[in-house]
Design a protein around this ligand. Structure first.
Ligand code: AMP
Ligand code: MG
Length: 393
């Protein structure tokens, strides 16, 4: 049986990023850059004012001096003439500095009498002036392959005049749930029925990691139904996540159906708790991630196994969940011989609380949790111990 690291490494050797496409920056939010990006302009584009006030020649703008205001330069325009001796120009935040001016006196440090401006607090050279190119220089690298376009990067690229970007195609990921006991919301439960929930959680985790979930109808526990569902999913999507049907039960058809369709199973079972029966395979180069049906197992194996692979499929450089340091407020005991990913809640101070029953079917622990702690086999982590929390919310 593979360790988590072995399973991850094996999967990642088989996953190549989807091809690149060039799209408008306005449609590229949360996508992953496939190529370096350079600035088309300097930032700031021109020397400009950081304040509302008066553009001056610093040497003349001493406390008590009076200057003649010869015009104004609102943002979006520029001043035609050059500033002469004893002159100033009314200026606003972001307005280009007039030729000849080298400082700005804040409005609050001046007194106005018609077109005469008295300086009540002197200006130093370049005071309240933002210099051309001080932030970003034309042609500077402002994005690298593998970086995700979050809001901050969109600001940077947009400011620098990048209209289109080369990004990896977004994977479409099928989400299947197998099980005769599963019922859609509102459906009659009957004697042995349960509410289906894995697709909800998996689709959201897929969306959060930047891919596009495609939720499929429930799959009955038969060879035919499982084969048909997998066939459709592989035909329409770039990757497939199934839940349930990967254990050793008589009604577990995912592995056999996948192989009958021509898929190759790279491994089955990973030495972690919950989620041991996780399966990974490939059909026509597309990955299958078979997560166990227990809701906690489904989420944990998705997060620690399928998610890094889906990140790599997008071309992302960083495959890992964000990790936050914390200190345990509750003990975490793992009496088993597999490492146990336990559900916890970490707050802004780094206090880490266990979120209740830690069995793999127990969903109460998921509602409150925002992370996982990887507890080694036969280990008791005591209250007060420092841990790393893998954040998923
Ligand atoms: P399986 O992996 O198919 O053996 O299922 C293990 C357990 O998870 C069983 O108790 C199932 O009823 C439950 N289960 C399987 N699939 C789902 C699902 N999609 N939503 C909620 N529970 C599920
Ligand atoms: Mg089942």
């Amino acid at each position: 049986m593979y360790t988590l690291e072995e399973a991850r490494a094996e999967m990642l050797t088989h996953i190549a990023p989807l091809p690149a496409e060039t799209i408008p920056l306005a449609q590229a939010a949360n996508r992953v850059l496939a190529a370096e990006v350079r600035a088309a302009v300097n930032l700031p584009r021109f020397d400009n004012s950081a304040m509302d006030g008066y553009a001056v020649r610093a040497a003349e703008a001493n406390k008590g001096a009076t200057l003649k205001c010869i015009g104004e330069v609102p943002a979006g325009s520029s001043f035609e003439n050059e500033l002469g001796a004893g002159e100033c120009v009314r200026i606003f935040t972001g307005s280009p500095m007039p030729a000849g001016a080298n400082a700005v006196v804040m409005q609050e440090d001046s007194r106005v009498d018609g077109d005469t401006i008295e300086i009540t607090d002197g200006a130093k050279p370049f005071e309240h002036v933002r210099l051309r190119g001080e932030d970003v220089k034309t042609d500077e690298v402002i994005g690298r392959a593998g970086e995700r376009l979050h809001a901050g990067r969109l600001q940077l690229l947009g400011s620098a005049g990048v209209a289109e970007v080369s990004v990896h195609r977004q994977p479409i990921v099928a989400v299947l749930a197998t099980g005769d006991e599963l019922r859609e919301p509102g459906e009659e439960l009957g004697a042995g029925g349960i509410h289906e929930s894995n697709r909800l959680a998996l689709a959201e985790l897929i969306r959060q990691c930047g891919a596009a979930p495609r939720v499929q109808p429930l799959v009955r526990d038969t060879m035919e139904a499982t084969m048909a569902a997998l066939q459709t999913a592989f035909a329409e999507c770039d990757a497939v996540v199934t839940s349930g049907g990967v254990s050793v039960g008589d009604h577990d058809y995912v592995k056999a159906a996948f192989e009958k369709l021509g898929g190759s199973l790279d491994f089955w079972r990973v030495n972690i708790k919950p989620g041991k029966p996780f399966v990974f395979g490939r059909l026509e180069g597309k990955p299958l991630f078979g997560v166990p049906g227990n809701p906690v197992s489904a989420m944990v194996t998705f997060l620690v196994l399928a998610r890094p692979a889906l990140m790599q499929l997008q071309g992302a450089a960083d495959l890992n969940l964000p990790a936050h340091p914390g200190v345990l407020a509750d003990p975490l005991a793992n009496r088993g011989d597999r490492r146990h990913f336990m559900r916890v809640r970490v707050d802004a101070k780094g206090t880490v609380c266990a979120t209740g029953l830690q069995a793999s079917h127990a969903v109460s622990s998921l509602g409150e949790a925002n992370g996982l702690v990887d507890v080694p086999p036969e280990t008791n982590l005591a209250e007060g111990e420092r841990v790393e929390v893998l954040r998923f919310a």
